[in-house]
Unconditional design. Structure first.
Length: 43
């Protein structure tokens, strides 16, 4: 299944099944050591 990509500064590529139990994403373009608020992403 092909994913979707969004963004210019950071690029988020999503993957997973449309009716599956979960989906995922890969964030490209993040500088090393950048703190990411996982709770904010979950909401």
């Amino acid at each position: 299944m092909a994913g979707n990509s969004f963004g210019k500064l950071f690029n988020l590529t999503t993957f997973g099944e449309s009716h599956g139990a979960a989906l995922g994403g890969v964030i490209d373009g993040c500088p090393s050591g950048l703190d990411i608020d996982v709770d904010a992403i979950q909401n």
